[in-house]
Design a protein. Sequence first.
Length: 137
Amino acid sequence: MMVLLIIFMISAPLLTAGVPVELPKTEAGAMNDQSEPLTLTIRADGSIFMQASEVPFDDLAPRLRALAGIGFNKPVYVRADGRAPYAVVAQVMASLSSSGFTHIGLITDTGGPSSGLDRLGAGGAAQPADAGAAPTP
């Protein structure tokens, strides 16, 4: 399960620029993948795009099942605007999963807030921000 989380966090770089969204920032690096993926984009208003075409949510599952039925086995990337409703993102991810897709990644932008990994010491224990400072009376 942790591997899937890491895969989601690392994801792939922006491969398409068809629908403008403001991606959330993370400290994860980009993955290198040479195969042409299917990209689903979720805008801030909750509208959903498959590649560059807008798709109503009710039509999403049938289209995904049709792709899965013809043997589509390339990665699927979800580009969700950081302001998009969480419920819509979760519903799209569930629709992908129930349609049979297993290689699903979330695309984020780099340079976001730290997850706290930079404060971990050599033994994996969190270190206070001023670990080397002398105590003040």
